[in-house]
Design a binder for this molecule. Structure first.
Ligand SMILES: Nc1ncnc2c1ncn2[C@@H]1O[C@H](COP(=O)(O)OP(=O)(O)OP(=O)(O)O)[C@@H](O)[C@H]1O
Ligand SMILES: [Mg+2]
Length: 340
């Protein structure tokens, strides 16, 4: 595989297993009418979204060697580069009731050994170099190290990417997001409003609060914060500018994975529209074009039933405002701490 502009890394992929039942009875034996399995994880979704756009973006994944057929079975051979680790993949279980609610049980990421993580890091760096990629996307939850029980360390990846001039975009949450965002290591992060509130440690009420929180992270060294705001679209913030992109309302079917679709849209736009001549956006990539595509891809994603994008049909128009109205309240207050 050579010549891909983007490489993704999903440090803790999962096997998504969905059971379709007539109606779920808690505490009883239930029979499934059908079961489907899918390889899932945020970076995996970004890779798939980018391939749908015609942008090559192979994904590196640590994956359990006890189930060697999993890639072929889930139609994932072409786009992914596995690092085989002992054991099986973690499993996320979804139970979909006919005309009823959906129940999810997600297994936490399985711990990785220090040597496996080092090999994942080395494989990722080698893949970026072989492809001459311009971007590395690190997305999804991080596993903990088997020995220390602390999150695996991304610093060697950031150091290696800085050394070869490759930008890193990161989409994760909780402590790892706060750590790397406040160190200013990623070029781009894509928190949703709640993740942004958690990262800066205060509640966010308005679009202006989102811009201020994002700008605080730009001061730490992040080039562009893409704050996704569900139905309010997305605010993209750099040190000097802020843009808000929105689509008209769409019929929402499933919002899971919409954030991953926005990242695929953003990256599609900036890879296919490189900045030439003076860098009017101050960061070397076309942020307004990127944020426009981001919300268009996000809107398509929420109208589709699966967490991954199935196709890019019925793309709505989107507007981009270079002077967002700071006083507009968010659809929901974004709390810095869980409210229950
Ligand atoms: N109700 C909605 N109506 C229209 N567009 C939506 C809606 N919800 C989400 N979107 C689109 O999807 C994008 C991402 O949504 P959101 O902010 O919910 O991401 P997220 O919480 O990171 O999702 P995930 O982590 O599950 O992928 C938004 O920026 C917007 O473009
Ligand atoms: Mg998200």
């Amino acid at each position: 595989m050579s010549g891909a502009p983007i490489i993704t890394l999903t440090p803790a992929p999962t096997l998504d297993r969905t059971y379709f039942v007539h109606n779920l009875i808690e505490g009883a034996v239930n029979r499934a009418d059908g079961v489907v399995e899918e390889l899932a994880g945020k970076g995996i979704n970004v890779t798939r979204g980018l391939y749908l756009s015609g942008v090559k973006a192979p994904g590196v994944i640590p994956i359990g060697n006890s189930d060697p057929g999993v890639l072929a079975r889930t139609g994932s051979i072409e786009q992914f580069i596995p690092h085989w680790v002992d054991g099986t993949l973690r499993v996320s279980t979804t139970i979909v009731e006919k005309d009823g609610p959906t129940t999810k049980v997600n297994e936490a990421p399985r711990p990785l050994s220090d040597s496996d993580w080092k090999e994942v890091v080395d494989l990722t760096i080698a893949t970026v170099k072989e492809n001459g990629a311009q971007w590395l996307i690190i997305a999804g939850a991080l596993p903990v190290d088997k020995g220390t029980n602390t999150f695996v360390d991304l610093t060697p990846l950031f150091d290696a990417m800085t050394a070869i001039g490759v930008r890193v975009a990161m989409d994760t949450s909780g402590e790892p997001l706060r750590r790397y965002a406040t160190l200013g290591l990623p070029a781009v992060i894509k928190p949703n409003a709640h993740e942004l509130a958690e990262t800066v440690g205060r509640d966010l009420f308005t679009v202006g609060d989102v811009i201020d929180a994002a700008r605080e992270l730009c001061e730490h060294g992040i080039e562009c914060v893409l704050a996704s705001l569900g139905p309010d679209g997305m605010v993209a913030v750099t040190k000097e500018h802020a843009w808000q992109a929105k689509t008209p309302p769409v019929k929402v079917i499933n919002t899971v994975g919409a954030g991953d679709a926005t990242l695929a849209g953003f990256l599609t736009a900036i890879i296919t529209n490189p900045v030439e001549g003076p860098d009017e956006f101050g960061v070397g990539f076309n942020v307004p074009r990127g944020v426009k595509f981001a919300v268009q891809y996000g809107a398509v994603a929420v109208t589709q039933p699966n967490s991954g994008l199935e196709n890019l049909d019925n793309m709505p128009e989107a507007s981009v405002n270079a002077d967002p109205d700071r006083s507009v309240p968010l659809e929901e207050v974004a709390h810095a701490k869980p409210t229950k």
